[in-house]
Design a protein around this ligand. Structure first.
Ligand SMILES: *Cc1c(COP(=O)(O)O)cnc(C)c1O
Length: 376
């Protein structure tokens, strides 16, 4: 937690649940990514945290934006982003959204199917398009499943079709899965993308864009490789495959920009023992799976959790949310320890909750309001 966050949390009575975000940390993270990959344009993945203060700060630093819906595009335009600095990166888009984006000046669109390509050709004639490849997501704690992407051979055919439809076949993208903790997935994917480039060059199409996606990890409970490790491995791989004829590089980081800039301030609603779990207490917080901690599904993302001000020995705990839904349990299999003295009313901090929390929170399930957001 940054000193600015700690001061703010200590300084007053904060209604909980709350998410407090340090915008300076976001700026520092953006700078670190730029330093790690100076040859890549950074398109912040808006879905990680779409709040206006975040977009505004990033815009001021020269960020571009990867948007998944017309609402996210409007949010970027509203803070003053140039349409040419926005990529419509979802391969699944309403025709009306494509048309509105194109009319606003957005001219870069993702796709991975014939059918989506036809929609783009109709609603955004002459636009630049890039095809998403399906790549291995081994090493990712939060994979994006098989919902997106296609094979290299199909991508090649689709990009030829794009040209025939009057679109500009601009490049290739992939996403190696979120919270990707290894560099190998990037290296393999870059090799796959390079084959599409060379296949198409042989057919008279010069692709320009290599979109490396997001996936860069943040440190939760476990150590991760430094961001420079990813930058070095990616550039070594790009040079090995493309030589001196480097494509335009683009990254779409979300988590690595905002996650460690945020902390959730929550209150213990109940700490109790249950007969069937006599070895551990159940600790119910005023935030849960529906309050924004959706990435605790399958206990995939393991947040660091602390109880500030409490001393004494720790005891094992099961952590759950406040709602009446049985799936609203964050950690049951993953060992968590909290002070044995913990009781109802105590404060709990859930660290590194700046990404994929506010944007996942439900709008009042069981009447519980989403966490209040504070941007410092
Ligand atoms: C979610 C997403 C990102 C951001 O991924 P992170 O793992 O948060 O960096 C980037 N690109 C696309 C297409 C996405 O769907």
């Amino acid at each position: 937690m940054t000193p600015k966050l700690a001061r703010f949390i200590d300084s007053g009575v904060l209604a909980t649940p709350a998410i407090v975000i340090d915008l300076d940390r976001i700026a520092a993270n953006f700078g670190a990514l730029r330093e790690a990959l100076p040859d890549a344009a950074i398109y912040y993945a808006v879905k990680a945290n779409p709040a206006a203060p975040v977009l505004d700060r990033l815009l001021g630093l020269g960020s571009r934006f990867d948007a998944a819906s017309i609402e996210e595009i409007r949010a970027c335009l509203a803070v003053g982003a140039a349409p040419s600095a926005i990529s419509f990166g979802n391969t699944v888009k309403k025709s009306s959204a494509i048309a509105e984006a194109f009319a606003s000046g957005v001219d870069l669109f993702a796709f991975d199917s014939d059918e989506e390509l036809a929609k783009i050709a109709a609603a955004a004639p002459g636009a630049k398009v890039y095809c998403r490849l399906a790549v291995s997501q081994d090493g990712a704690d939060w994979p994006l499943s098989r919902k997106f992407g296609t094979t290299g051979a199909h991508a090649r055919d689709l990009l030829i079709t794009a040209r025939d439809l009057g679109l500009i076949p601009h490049g290739v993208s992939f996403h190696v899965g979120s919270q990707q903790t290894g560099v190998g997935a990037y290296q393999t994917a870059i090799g796959q993308a390079a084959m599409v480039f060379s296949d198409l060059r042989a057919r008279g199409i010069d692709l320009r864009l290599l979109n490396l996606g997001g996936g860069f990890p943040t440190r939760y409970r476990d150590d991760i490789p430094a961001i420079g490790t990813f930058g070095d491995a990616i550039m070594t791989s790009v040079r090995a495959h493309f030589g001196n004829d480097l494509p335009d590089l683009l990254i779409e980081p979300g988590r690595a920009v905002v996650a460690d800039a945020g902390v959730a301030v929550t209150e213990v609603v109940l700490a109790c023992t249950r007969r069937e779990d006599s070895d551990r207490r159940w600790v119910y917080l005023d935030i849960g799976r529906f309050g924004g901690l959706a990435e605790t599904e399958g206990e995939a993302i393991k947040y660091a959790i602390t109880a500030p001000g409490l001393t004494g020995p720790d005891a094992p705990a099961i952590l759950a949310g406040p709602s009446c839904d049985g799936v609203d349990v964050m950690y049951r299999d993953t060992p968590y320890h909290l002070p044995a003295s913990l009781k109802s009313g105590d404060r709990i901090l859930i660290h590194d909750t700046g990404a994929y929390v506010t944007s996942y929170a439900s709008q009042g399930f069981n009447g519980f309001l989403p966490p209040q957001e504070h941007y410092l």
